[in-house]
Design a protein around this ligand. Structure first.
Ligand code: IVH
Length: 672
């Protein structure tokens, strides 16, 4: 056979196998036996072994995983990945409907689409010229992580989709969906592990999420992940004007879409469907803790806008969680960041729909009294989706006389200081501003992933630092020395160096992260981003008044007051001064584009290999600051491949597509 004929055969084989993959994995309707499929696949591998240069990214053999990564690259999403607000039960659903009806009278005539609320990991998939080019996690909704290699191993993910202008098959499209594990696949996976005497997975959701966040994609390839796509985030072509139309269109492009969906003409019909599906859902092959109700008409959906991260035009109808009985072995009292004392139930560990629950909240001390909950009681615990489990009731009929009543402690369990009851609320507070438990929570919040993201500064280390009086505020973190860290339990050279490095690196965080880290009551990510955008630095925020604060989107009167209260406190003023001294003083730069054109505007870069000076994150940041875009994989749209030592397959891809390759110095030249 000539090479040319063999090449034709090879291309044909790729097509055929991809088609059978689609029939089997996306439509669940195979037409050939597993044996015949394996024959085709073996032939493909044989040809590829002799002609490695023929292998392209969409070959079915590319789904087996590639060389492990050392870390995930960050990816900007083309549009914010919004979340959903929850409605528990029918009444909250009707309340939602009334709210949006008030905003727009068109809601009265609206129809709805309902889909199962899949419980897995959100993924964002980019296609360029019909090729799967990039896949990312949700991350914080604006920036996710590049998990392209892992996603390629999902057999229901199309590596190629049709492109045809006349049929509105788009050249560029970004879609969103959920990667999940079916119940039957999960049971099979666990049965295999059990037969090998290995540790079992707890539930499909965590297993799905964990499987996709692997640096080694061959691990992902071994996990039975499925995919359902339900949203188009961006497209180069017009997209259908209804959610039902979008689902059909996505299916036409070859994406797996949920076969389970409902259409309702009124809110009454919506509720009937939700209630009926509440019973039915136990027969589905995946976990769904609710249904997603969506306004079908996209124009109306869009014009309703969003509250924070939740679009108004959709609602997650959540089913009540599962209740289980267990023993309450103790009640601990936790001191929160603001000094509030919360009772925590310590439970005999119990499995609630795949999650081992050892603790549950008891809300407040009045609740314990009202419900007559005693230490040693049998109690009912409930867990609804991702919400923290809570105690519903005790079972007094099961008492044997050994149970002990509980009352609020006379003083703070952490520092022994006086306790005050808030007259308007049920909460008790520790009034000691330097209470170590409060400080611990404050530092935990400061270092957390959503705030200053200090890797390696977990709860246990924070407790050690506070107990040993090495820190008295978040600013003290920046004065820690290696010698101090080495005096702590389980601290060696490497661990101390890593922590100090992570603390130092956190100085580069943008202002909104620092604002989240300050822990002002009511200021979450959305408000922090808006505050940073408006005030640009902490000096301006310090000078703000109630009215200034109220002009910030998402800052209502309570949050504005809470910010002012926070700023007024002397220890917080000291904290800010100390942060400034240590160089933790991020400023939002205002770029005046007309004077200083952004040098990399309109250019898309892919970064690969180890650069001589910059980390990949730093290089990406530099590119973005100068108006460029950073993408995770090379396509025809890539302007430059920025390459360092030990580059991998991206280099080959750039050569194949004729994408220019540059080094770090050339990047600096471009910025001059
Ligand atoms: S629509 C802006 N549809 O549930 C539109 N989300 O609790 C919002 N989810 O973050 C998403 N199944 O990851 C939508 N059929 C479905 C879904 C779904 C699961 C997830 C999604 C979202 C989360 C919100």
């Amino acid at each position: 056979m000539t090479d040319n004929n063999l090449y034709q055969e090879y291309k044909q084989l790729c097509e055929t196998i991809n088609y059978h993959n689609y029939l089997y994995n996306t439509l669940d309707q195979p037409i050939i036996s597993d044996f015949d499929y394996d024959q085709l696949f073996n032939r493909l591998k044989e040809i590829e072994k002799n002609h490695p240069d023929w292998v392209t990214a969409d070959s079915p053999s590319q789904r087996v995983g590639s060389a492990p990564l050392d870390r995930f690259v960050k990816v900007n999403h083309p549009a914010p990945i919004l979340s959903l607000s929850n409605g528990f039960g029918s009444q909250e659903t009707i309340d939602w409907y009334q709210r949006i009806l008030k905003l727009d009278p068109r809601v009265a005539k609206a129809d709805f689409v309902l889909e199962p609320k899949l419980d897995g990991l959100t993924v964002v998939l980019h296609y360029h010229a019909g090729q799967f080019a990039l896949g990312a996690t949700r991350g914080d909704g604006l920036v996710g992580e590049d998990i392209t290699e892992n996603l390629k191993t999902l057999r229901s993910l199309p590596l190629r989709i049709p492109v045809d202008k006349t049929l509105h098959m788009p050249e560029e499209i970004v879609v969103r969906g959920e990667a999940i594990i079916f119940k039957t696949d999960f049971e099979k996976l666990n049965a295999e592990l059990a037969s090998k005497g290995e540790k079992l997975y707890l539930n499909p959701r965590n297993t799905a999420a964990g499987s996709l966040r692997q640096l080694d994609s061959s691990v992902t390839a071994g996990r039975p992940l499925k995919l359902f796509i339900y949203q188009i985030l961006q497209s180069s072509d017009p997209i259908p004007e209804t959610q039902l139309g979008i689902l059909e269109y996505l299916a036409k492009l070859g994406f797996p879409v949920t076969p389970l969906r409902w259409h309702a003409d009124s809110i009454e019909e919506v509720i009937t469907i939700c209630e009926a599906a509440g019973v039915e859902r136990h027969n589905w092959n995946y976990d769904a803790d609710g249904l997603v109700i969506k306004i079908n008409d996209q124009d109306l959906y869009r014009s309703l806008g969003a509250v924070g991260k939740d679009p108004r035009g959709a609602l997650a109808y959540k089913y009540p969680g599962v209740e289980v009985e267990t023993a309450l072995t103790d009640i601990q009292v936790n001191v929160g960041r603001t000094g509030v004392l919360t009772p925590l139930a310590i439970l005999e560990p119990v499995n609630i729909s795949g999650v081992i629950v050892k603790q549950a909240t008891l809300h407040n001390f009045d609740f314990i009294k009202e419900k007559d909950i005693r230490i040693g009681d049998r109690v009912l615990v409930k867990r609804a989706g991702e919400v923290i489990p809570y105690i519903i009731a005790s079972l007094p009929e099961k008492r044997d006389g050994s149970q002990l009543p509980f009352s609020a402690p006379p003083c703070c369990p952490s520092c022994g200081a006086e306790i005050e009851k808030d007259p308007d609320q049920v909460a008790y507070y520790c009034v000691n501003a330097s209470c170590p438990a409060q400080l611990t929570r404050t530092i935990e919040n400061f270092a957390s992933r959503g705030a200053m993201d200090i890797d390696g500064l977990g709860s246990q280390i924070v407790i050690q630092l506070v107990d040993n009086q090495l820190i008295h505020s978040a600013a003290d973190l920046y004065a820690l020395t290696k010698a101090q860290l080495l005096t702590l339990d389980k601290f060696g050279d490497k661990k101390a160096d890593n922590l100090l490095q992570a603390i130092e690196a956190s100085k580069q965080n943008p202002l909104f992260r620092l604002i989240i880290g300050l822990g002002i009551r009511g200021v979450g990510e959305v408000a922090a981003r808006k505050l940073a955008e408006k005030f640009k630095n902490l000096d301006a925020l310090k000078l703000s008044g109630f009215d200034d604060l109220r002009t910030v989107e998402g800052v209502g009167p309570n949050i504005a007051q809470s910010i002012l209260d926070w700023l007024r406190q002397i220890q917080n003023q000291n904290l800010m001064e100390n942060l400034r001294q240590y160089g933790v003083w991020p400023v939002v730069e205002t770029k005046i584009e007309a004077d200083q054109p952004l040098k990399l505007k309109g250019l898309t870069f892919v970064i690969t290999g180890t650069l001589p000076n910059l980390s990949r994150d730093q290089a990406a940041e530099l590119i973005r600051e100068n108006g460029g875009t950073v993408s995770g994989s090379v396509s025809k749209k890539t302007s430059y491949l920025l390459m360092g030592a030990d580059a991998g397959s991206k280099y080959a891809k750039a050569l194949e597509l004729g994408v220019p390759v540059i080094d770090e110095n050339t990047l600096y030249d471009m910025l001059k």
